[in-house]
Design a protein around this ligand. Structure first.
Ligand code: ADP
Ligand code: MG
Ligand code: ZN
Length: 649
């Protein structure tokens, strides 16, 4: 379970809890105001008006049916006599006034019609306007006001621009540095910041300038928000937590005035910490490359000037967090603003073990649990993933009626987080099962045959919710920070194992390899353009990283001809890798058939079972059955022998 989750939710503010509810309210309000509008116009119609032509009006007057008239600007309202034969006194007749009719008044006087000069039906008219036009507006206003409150923005429309910083202020975040694991360097620099807040005098007396702000930078889910809360928890000072998007409003000038108010309040409660999460929402570079926006620029300018304005000795610390530092406006990163950059990296092996431990604090574990193994299997996972996995494992244990979480639960949770839940209701046809089995065994077998690839942990052909029909779970023996060209090449060949197996066994190919192809192509491209691993281009850098922490996407940085050449080189590489995959599999056809048969029957095969079949078919002795010293030698020579092309049984 995640002990911080509740605090998180509270801290992240008054976001709409239930969006469906909001939509319901909008619909009800819309229906209501439509009803009111039609009611208003119904009232107009209910008073039964009837237009008569000007000539007809003359006839009415002349035949003595008219009691009185009201002369308006455009209209003449006619009240007929109660004893009128041809016209109903219940109906309001009117006619359009004709300008310049000189006979008009004398004619009326002659017939003894009372003339009223005041505007007819003014009250009714106003009432119509009121109901038909103004009321719906009031309604819309009220609804919007209500919505804004619910959205946790300002105090409704009237409160636009008024400070809502109070709403974001948390006296106690309840998070401490102990809740954050695997980010020791980041913690260290933040500990300093806490110290600044506690003893500003100590630094000032030496003449050291205190930093005004620090920017937490790193991939999503690594604990940036958590770290900021931990700083507040450790520093025991008020903590204003806002998200960059809170400043981005539909009303002009609101963002800037919110910034102003925020700093004003902070000034009153110093020492304190202002935390602006996802600061890229306002801090985007003002150059138009990323799309300019005046409102956002105003907000940013206000933030910059506020940061320049306050005295660092007051004990206000501005923390920002972002996973896209490269799009931030350079002015934000200048000394005197966010002058410190705290990198919050993806955790390494030891970090992952520690994060698992933090999240296992309140979870009962049985004796099988081994966090080192889990950490090894989750290379690349961030804190949020691991917290999620721990929780999934606990749920899994409860579902299976156990009292404690086992290693098995944890491994399954890893799979759930990485590839989704098992999709038992998707039944593959017999033929599809065979294809998927061979495809996955193809990957695994190549990984096992190549000395440089990672051994497999498990292969399964149970479909998963995230789209995989089957997959191979690989666990490295150790965490790698550097990859050699040889290892990358091995990965490339392994990626093609699936497609190669399909072609070899079924003599036909399927769409199942699309993901493999995409990955292999990306990898080959990176080898050529980023890692300088091709003979054709040597160590020339041909691509630029765009957002290092978010997607790691790159864009080509070369001429068009070079781009075309790159395509050619990549194509050749991929072709070669695919051919190598084909060759390895055809040389190991016997093993592949045996393992695939097992997989088709059992749906899942563990790495151990896999290796048993592998060794049996290839006639390699099992480790542990012979004397310890000889064993390694035997395994070594066997591996070498098979690279030459072993005899197939
Ligand atoms: P970010 O802001 O970097 O996207 P968060 O701080 O929101 O990530 O992390 C989300 C959740 O993941 C946290 O609430 C916490 O439960 C868990 N988590 C992330 N990183 C760590 C870490 N280093 N140590 C412990 N828990 C972590
Ligand atoms: Mg965050
Ligand atoms: Zn595949």
């Amino acid at each position: 379970m995640d002990p911080n989750q509740n605090k998180q939710n509270r801290g992240d503010g008054q976001k709409p809890q239930n969006f469906g509810q909001n939509i319901m309210i909008i619909i009800i309000a819309a229906v209501l105001s439509m009803f009111l509008m039609s009611w208003g116009s119904d009232m107009m119609r209910d008073r039964s008006e009837e237009e008569v032509s000007y000539d007809q009006f003359y006839e009415m007057v002349e035949s003595g049916e008219v009691e009185s008239v009201n002369i308006g600007d455009w209209q003449i309202s006619i009240s007929v006599k109660a004893d009128s034969k041809n016209y109903s006194p219940l109906i309001h007749y009117y006619t359009v006034r004709v300008e310049g009719d000189e006979q008009f008044v004398p004619m009326l006087l002659q017939s003894g019609v009372t003339i009223n000069q005041q505007k007819p039906d003014t009250t009714g008219f106003i009432w119509d306007i009121l109901i038909g036009l103004v009321l719906p507006f009031i309604f819309i206003f009220l609804i919007m006001n209500f919505m804004m409150r619910r959205m946790g923005g300002s105090g409704g429309i009237m409160g636009v621009g008024k400070s809502n910083a109070k709403m974001y202020m948390e006296k106690e975040t309840g998070v401490t540095f102990a809740d954050v694991a695997g980010e020791d360097e980041a913690k260290e620099s933040l500990v300093e910041i806490v110290d600044f807040l506690h003893n500003p005098g100590k630094y000032r007396s030496i003449g050291a300038k205190l930093p005004k702000g620090a920017l937490l930078v790193g991939p999503p889910g690594t604990g940036k928000t958590l770290l900021a809360k931990a700083v507040a928890g450790e520093a025991k000072v008020p903590f204003y937590s806002l998200s960059g998007s809170d400043f981005v409003e539909m009303f002009v000038g609101v963002g800037a005035s919110r910034v102003r108010d925020l700093f004003k309040q902070a000034n009153n409660t110093a020492p304190c910490i202002i935390f602006i999460d996802e600061i890229d929402a306002i801090g985007k570079s003002r150059d138009s490359r990323y799309g300019g926006n005046d409102e956002r620029e105003n907000t940013l300018n206000q933030l910059l000037s506020e940061m320049d304005g306050f005295d660092p000795g007051r004990g206000i610390m501005v923390l920002g967090a972002t996973n896209r530092p490269e799009i931030l406006d350079p002015a934000l990163l200048r000394p005197g603003r966010f002058d410190r950059r705290v990198i919050v990296e993806k955790p390494d092996l030891k970090g992952r073990v520690n994060i698992l431990k933090v999240h296992a604090k309140d979870v009962k574990l049985d004796e099988t649990v081994n966090f080192d193994e889990i950490a090894l299997a989750t290379s690349g996972a961030v804190g949020a993933d691991l917290a999620n996995m721990m929780n999934e494992a606990a749920i899994m244990a409860v579902k299976n009626g156990r009292k404690a979480v086992s290693q098995q639960d944890l491994f399954e949770a890893v799979e759930v987080v990485l590839v989704g839940k098992e999709k038992k209701d998707r039944i593959l046809s017999k033929e599809e099962r065979r294809i998927v089995s061979y495809h996955e065994v193809g990957h695994a077998l190549i990984a096992a045959v190549q000395k440089d690839a990672e051994p497999v942990q498990k292969i399964t052909i149970v479909p998963r919710t995230m789209g995989a029909l089957g997959y191979v779970m690989q666990v490295p023996e150790e965490e790698k920070y550097l990859l050699s060209k040889k290892e990358l090449w091995a990965r490339l060949v392994t990626a093609f194992g699936g497609r190669a197996a399909e072609e070899l066994v079924f003599d036909s190919i399927t769409t199942g390899a699309s993901n493999d192809i995409e990955q292999a192509t990306d990898m080959a491209r990176a080898m050529v353009t980023q890692y300088g691993m091709s003979e054709e281009f040597g160590v020339m850098g041909l691509a630029k990283t765009q957002d290092q922490y978010l997607t790691g996407r790159t864009v080509l940085n070369c001429s068009e001809e070079t781009a075309a050449q790159i395509d050619q080189v990549v194509k050749e590489m991929l072709k070669k890798a695919y051919e190598e995959a084909l060759q390895i599999l055809s040389e190991n056809r016997g093993v592949m058939d045996e393992i695939a048969a097992y997989l088709i029957e059992k749906e899942t095969i563990t790495g151990k079972e896999f290796m048993e079949i592998y060794r049996r078919v290839k006639g390699i002795s099992e480790p542990g059955t012979e004397a310890a010293e000889e064993e390694t030698v035997a395994a070594g020579t066997a591996a070498e022998a098979q690279a030459e092309g072993p005899e197939e049984p």
